[in-house]
Design a protein around this ligand. Structure first.
Ligand code: CMP
Length: 139
């Protein structure tokens, strides 16, 4: 089925001007970028976005990293987009990511891992609405 998922290009990647190279991987794989915005998250916004991880030991470092520079939040649309995006990203830990994935090619560490992607249809709906209003997504 055609799905939508929320992607974030993280500060380690925007800092190195990798937005275009990362978007090329999405588009080459057949995912369409149907909404996009570059923004600087506030601490409160980063904490809210990652609230599900608030009890994890890495939460504070994750929030600090996510506000260390601009991010690019995007809606990707395509066949099986949620799982397809996760395949294109590769494993969270770049040392475990398959060759050719975004994280294998570009990530610096398990934290500075270049991209985020929604992990379920429920998360996708919630995360898309975190960054975008319906009027912003015109496909
Ligand atoms: P993301 O898919 O954005 O979801 C949570 C993020 O926490 C993850 O990618 C990593 O960037 C970050 N993170 C930092 N340390 C860890 C860890 N030990 N395990 C999982 N995620 C981590």
């Amino acid at each position: 089925a055609i799905e939508r998922t929320l992607s974030i290009i993280k500060p380690d990647a925007t800092r190195r001007n990798l937005t275009g190279k990362i978007n090329d991987k999405f588009e080459t794989a057949g995912l369409s970028i149907i909404a996009t915005r570059r923004l600087q998250l506030t601490k409160a916004q980063a904490e809210a976005f990652y609230a599900v991880h608030s009890h994890r030991p890495f939460f504070g470092d994750l929030v600090s990293f996510m506000i260390s520079g601009p991010v690019v939040a995007q809606v990707l649309e395509g066949e099986n987009a949620i799982m397809q995006n996760r395949d294109i990203m590769g494993a969270t830990d770049p040392k475990k990511a398959d060759a050719g994935t975004i994280r294998a090619d570009f990530a610096e560490s398990i934290e500075a891992n270049s991209v985020h992607g929604s992990d379920s249809p429920e998360a996708a709906a919630q995360e898309i609405s975190f960054f975008f209003a319906g009027i912003d997504i015109t496909a």
